[in-house]
Ligand binder design. Structure first.
Ligand code: MSK
Length: 634
């Protein structure tokens, strides 16, 4: 058993949270810990997916005595429809994030609020899409690409352009099973149409559409969100930062960015570094300005600017509870409405910025590409001027942080590993060194660990314990979203210390490549990066994705987006392990379709495993990786 002496333990993180909850009690603030108690036990029908409120004849709840809804739909149809609607919600959300990025790209201009920071990447994608690049002004090209990308949302014919990135075998499977996503909006609309009263109640059809709708996210909206964020804000490269609540600084103006869309946070970071603003902060009695992040906005700015990560999803109230947060500035998704009333218990300004995410008790400052600079500056100023309103008696920042190296885009992973093997073969590079590590057994395989926190699981405990288990077994981790922040907070992205916890093979790879054993690939839309990496591994090796010793895992997931992600990861051929049931346990048929040997596995050669015992979940993942190795004879 390894000695994990340098990592921050769950107990230490909980002690820090408990000290903040004391402040909450002092000021009479409501917290999620209390609300979980108020909401427990949860409704059994909701939990098993067996409640239908799609029309107003119900709600219908399925029991032994009442095995069908009023329309006659059985439990499998009800659970299946709920599952598809869950997916549609997630796919729409991610993809709309991508759409916002495409609109921002359309406004990008030389010297403007938004610019093209990675022209090579833009040209590379343009060539992929068959767009003429020769002699074109880079901004003309950006605008043309933005329009083409936006048409992917509603084009009447054809399938998603990025599907061409998938290996031929995967494309064939998708074609054969009728899974190739058409226009992104169409897949969401079709999902809503199919689940309207009086339409589909056949699990097979509902599951098929759930996979197709998920694919329109992962290989459509999310992939555009990621790729064109890189074009505008720069493709992430390894960069050092810090993580956990102790990154907030007592003597500084603290601005916390939270949400998902980097268009907001990029501007806030820019103005917080403006010498004029720093001087103003000093004039107001602070030593400087600290921007830190929560959730995926945090991942975005950490990867590109080294902005420290204050915490993940279930830490969002903690940053306010420090009493040292001058402003929490949010964009979209995963934001607790609780932040409004909570901020009122302190001096904190809760600032919403998107018409998509309006909340009571917040100050709304709408962001648009045209006003982003001015509004960001105004927000930074507002935070600075709020510094004097702190109540010093309430200020308490737990002294807890870890070093982290983040920023492993596919391009960065290929580059660091190619650097080691010196076998760069083309412009993009090759994943062959990584494959050699896997085939030789130096690495046993890889786990893509992603997703949220969920109070049904002890906060971060599943992420961290599973990661430790994988590292000891020479399994490298690529991570994103709140899972990435869990790793960073614990110290598993520390490039110096973390390798000490690995098996001998993984440790050697980390030393040679100068990488931590847990690679931060970004936010939740960036799981599309993982799909690209899996595709490159498959193309470089000639092995179908489903046969590579790679699995996906979301041990603490909670959002609809995570279900959409799960569907596109499975549909891409990657077995996916969940620590939380996606409200399908009420239907044996749905269970069979998603987790059985002859459900989705017959279409895409991969399926789900749901196991709430985290220790067992880890064992099952290792077993699956080893079984794939054995099947390949490696
Ligand atoms: S922020 S979707 S809690 S990963 Fe992307 Fe975290 Fe899950 Fe939100």
């Amino acid at each position: 058993m390894k000695d994990w002496a340098f990592t921050t333990t769950i107990e230490e993180m909980e002690a820090a949270t408990n000290s903040l909850l004391e402040t909450a009690q002092k000021v009479g603030a409501d917290t999620w810990q209390q609300r979980v108690k108020n909401q427990t036990p949860h409704c059994g029908f909701g939990e098993s997916g067996t409640c239908c409120r799609i029309c107003s004849m119900g709600p219908c709840r399925i029991t032994k005595k009442a095995p069908r809804g009023i329309c006659g739909c059985d439990v499998h149809g009800i659970v299946g429809r709920n599952f598809l609607r869950f997916t549609a919600g997630g796919s729409a959300t991610h993809s709309d994030h991508g759409r916002e990025i495409m609109h921002t790209l359309h406004e990008a201009k030389e010297g403007g609020n938004y610019q093209v920071k990675d022209p090579e990447k833009l040209i590379r994608i343009a060539k992929e899409w068959g767009v003429e690049t020769e002699g074109k002004d880079i901004y003309d090209l950006a605008h043309e690409m933005s329009e083409i990308g936006l048409l992917e949302y509603g084009k009447p014919f054809g399938v998603q352009r990025f599907l061409d990135r998938a290996p031929a075998h995967t494309r064939e499977l998708w074609q054969k099973a009728g899974l190739e996503p058409r226009a992104i909006d169409r897949e969401v609309s079709t999902a809503m149409h199919m689940t309207h009263m009086g339409n589909s109640s056949l699990p097979e059809a509902l599951v098929r559409q759930a996979l197709r709708c998920g694919l329109s996210d992962g290989w459509g909206g999310s992939m555009m969100g990621t790729e064109f964020s890189d074009v505008m804000f720069g493709t992430p490269k390894p960069i050092d930062t810090e993580a956990n609540i102790g990154v907030m600084e007592k003597d500084n103006v603290n601005i916390v960015v939270h949400g998902h869309d980097p268009s907001l946070s990029e501007m806030i970071v820019y103005y917080a570094n403006d010498p004029e603003m720093i001087a103003y902060a000093k004039e107001m009695g602070a030593k400087g300005i600290t921007v830190s992040g929560v959730c995926c906005t945090s991942n975005e700015v950490a990867m590109r600017h080294g902005i420290p990560m204050a915490g993940n999803y279930l830490n969002q109230e903690n940053v306010v509870l420090t009493g040292a947060c001058e402003a929490i500035v949010v964009d979209v998704q995963c934001i607790f409405p609780a932040l409004g009333p909570l901020s009122k218990c302190f001096h904190t300004k809760f600032i919403t910025t998107s018409p998509i995410c309006r909340m009571p008790d917040s100050e709304f400052i709408q962001f648009s590409p045209a006003n982003a600079g001015d509004n960001a500056k105004a927000i930074v100023k507002m935070a600075i001027e709020n510094f004097k309103n702190r109540n010093p008696e309430l200020v308490h920042i737990p002294n807890m942080k870890q070093k982290a190296r983040v920023g492993y885009s596919v391009e960065a992973i290929v580059k660091v590993l190619d650097g080691v093997a010196n076998s760069q073969v083309d412009e993009f590079g090759t994943t062959k060194p990584l494959l050699e590590c896997v085939t030789s057994g130096v690495l046993r395989g890889a786990v893509a660990m992603v997703g949220c926190n969920n109070p049904k699981v002890r906060h971060d405990a599943a992420h961290i314990s599973l990661m430790k288990k994988m590292l000891e077994n020479d399994i490298i981790l690529i991570v994103s979203g709140c899972s990435a922040q869990a790793a960073a907070k614990a110290g598993l992205m520390d490039p110096v210390q973390a390798k000490e916890y690995c098996g001998a093979g993984l440790k050697r790879v980390c030393e040679l490549a100068g990488i931590p054993p847990v690679l931060h690939m970004g936010s939740c839309v960036d799981i599309s990066r993982m799909m690209i990496l899996a595709s490159e591994l498959s193309k470089d090796s000639g092995i179908p994705i489903s046969q590579l010793p790679v699995v996906g895992c979301a041990p603490e997931w909670m959002s609809e987006k995570a279900v959409s992600i799960g569907n596109y990861v499975v549909a891409t051929g990657i077995d996916t392990f969940l620590g939380i049931d996606p409200y399908v346990k009420g239907s044996s048929e749905m269970g069979e379709w998603l987790t059985g040997e002859h459900g989705v596995k017959d279409w895409v050669e991969a399926n789900y495993t749901v196991e709430t015992d985290i220790e067992k979940l880890g064992d099952l993942m290792i077993e699956r990786i080893e079984a794939k190795r054995a099947a390949l004879g490696i």
